[in-house]
Design a protein around this ligand. Structure first.
Ligand SMILES: [Zn+2]
Ligand SMILES: [Zn+2]
Length: 142
């Protein structure tokens, strides 16, 4: 009985397996949006220990996506996380947040700048310098 439709069934089975795999692995949980720079990206995991990574424990609860540029299973990108003060979602970009034992969005850092050590302040001063990089890299779309 099964044998008669094996070809079809195994194909369906295969697709189903793929779908199941995707459900746990590559289906994004949602879309991460940085509340400061409006960066958006689909994330597939939130927490401190991304799946498929061996002995990786993040210092903070982070929004994580699989690295789309590699098929390597345990490569992932940290998109951002919550500011520990105002709990805004911010990306890890240097213009949006910094990590100093916890994640802080830059507005919160500015507000509480006295609470941060000098090295952080200096670092921020550096960040303020507008880095005008001309977008000269041609996109190599074919
Ligand atoms: Zn941002
Ligand atoms: Zn904040």
């Amino acid at each position: 009985m099964l044998r008669a439709q094996r070809g079809k069934e195994s194909k369906e089975r295969f697709l189903w397996t793929l779908e199941m795999a995707c459900e746990t692995e590559c289906r994004p949980l949602g879309v991460f949006t940085c509340q400061l720079c409006a960066l958006t990206a689909p994330y597939s995991y939130v927490g401190q220990k991304p799946p498929d990574t061996q002995s990786v424990v993040l210092l903070e609860e982070s929004y994580v996506m699989k690295d789309p540029f590699t098929s390597d299973k345990d490569r992932f990108l940290i998109l951002g996380s919550k500011c520990s003060l105002c709990s805004r979602l911010v990306c890890v970009g240097p213009e949006c947040s910094l990590f100093y034992s916890k994640r802080f969005c830059l507005p919160c850092v500015q507000e509480n700048i006295d609470a941060f050590p000098q090295e952080i302040r200096q670092d921020l001063e550096k960040r303020k310098v507008p880095s005008k990089r001309p977008a000269s890299q041609p996109s190599s779309r074919t």
